[in-house]
Design a protein around this ligand. Structure first.
Ligand SMILES: [Zn+2]
Length: 57
């Protein structure tokens, strides 16, 4: 599913992840999974390393 998303959209999603410490940040070392029909990216904040997740709907 992730690969079916246009690259430009993927880049936008990766750079618009909410971190509770840094607010909007970039996700790194992420992996994708599917939960309840949605693709969820789980990884670390690119600034502080905290766990972050991004739901793609
Ligand atoms: Zn952070």
């Amino acid at each position: 599913m992730w690969l079916g998303i246009p690259a430009s959209t993927r880049a936008m999603l990766l750079e618009n992840v909410y971190c509770r410490h840094c607010r909007v940040t970039t996700i790194v070392d992420f992996r994708g999974s599917v939960k309840r029909g949605y693709v969820v990216l789980e990884g670390q904040c690119g600034k502080c390393g905290a766990d972050v997740a991004r739901l793609i709907d």
